[in-house]
Design a protein around this ligand. Sequence first.
Ligand code: DGJ
Length: 533
Amino acid sequence: MLAAAGAAAAPIPELVQKDGRHALMVDGAPFVMFGGQAQNSSNYPLALNKVWAAIKDMNANTLEIPVAWEQIEQVEGKFDFSYVDTLVAQARKNKVRLVLLWFGTWKNTGANYAPEWVKFDNARFPRMLDKEGKPIYCLSPQGEETLKADKKAFVALMTHIKKIDEAHRTVIMMQVENEVGTYGYARDYAPKAEAAFNAPVPEAVLKRKKSPVALAASGTWKQVYGDYADEYFHAYSVASYIGEIAKAGRAVYNLPMYVNNSVRDPLEEPVKPWNKNFASGGPTFDVIDIYKAAAPAIDFAAPDIYSPDSKKFAATLDKFQRPDNPLAVPEMSNAAEYVRYAYLVLGRGAINFSPFGIDYADYSNFPLGHKATDKTMVEPYGKIYSAFRPMERQWSKWAFEGRTYGVAEGDDRAPQTIAMKGWKGTISFREWQFGEREYFKEVKDLPAGTDKPNGGVAIAQIADNEFIIVGQHARVKIDNADGKPTMWARVEEGYYDPSGKWIMERNWNGDQTDYGLNLTGKPVVLKVKVGTY
Ligand code: DGJ
């Protein structure tokens, strides 16, 4: 999987786009991250054992883990990359790729991961000012020295990664800062920020970001964007800052780079001006265009999802999956009710799916995440990844070709349909494997593991009448889209071997297919052929 020492270096990872779909190319071919993100404080050599153990149980192919500014530049100008060296060496041993999360000026909007020499020098590294001129918790994106210092550290990091990893490509992507923006305040009100706020909106922003209300076509932020101006201006300031860091880092070692977002309500209609309801200035869906204008060195913005509501979950994916923005979920709660979303996200062609909190450190972020900090937390993901991983490269290719579909059981538990090329898939939930519901009206039992929504299915249409199906706690039926009577031709359970050959374990027929394909809590891979008569 990883290039052997001395072997010719694989091409550098890159994002490619075709027909509005995206792939992350790793070693020259599409690569979907079946990933996991470690907790915030596991980024130290001695803490890594508890990370690898969980990543192994999860059967992940990628680990996302922080590299903090405070740990690589505790003393200004003196860089220490010993943790990065250990991490990368151990990742190779564990046959896992890495996404490094740069915790610099902002981590969940705060400055906690900046070195002490940055945190407490407000004169050199200014904090944002509120309307009364009082400093707040957040470092200002207008701080020139802060930008210079963060950029220098990030460039040093990229230089080091290039040095140790260019021949291996273990590190495949960088997240620049973490959940940026500001809680409680719309923007910086310091004199420098005020002057920029009252200057004309840059042309690049005007071109990309239409005002939600019809106002002036050009002019100051307030004139063009009215009540949305404060948030948009702050987004522009933060994005420009991050964009400059990313650009400098990529000039040294050109890995794909992205920003993650603590999302705003995706169902709010119409989208209202910021009102303390999310971090202003972060890459929320409403300002993706501003990020694109201000930070071209950032490839995409991605949602961190911590709301289990099925409508909100799907709506968030809708907002972030765009022809100019690949779908990636670099963070999601690891709680049980989120497991089913693996199928939705992967089926929709995401390049990354990485639940958060994947290690065995003695910490749980319940109620956001799972209460358990042991195997019980990762096992459900482990089962899903075990089904996908043997065909991860095939899946990644199918996703890039737009052949994949995903469904997660909704909170309403209702059946769902998917329109595929020539065929209609119907996915229902809480069914027994035998018979139709109406045959056994008196049976009140429900299958184990379905007390809460826990079903999901991902389908790849690999040929006109052939499908690969992975799922759990769901019944799948496939019918001809034009209503012609349909029959299963073959339903093979099996897997792809390392050479890419399909290996059949058994052919499902009779009871196993008479009432649809009934998937239990143990995800299996089916290779299915259908026909009409
Ligand atoms: C989202 C952040 O990006 C993570 O680092 C972490 O703080 C989680 N929230 C909460 O556990």
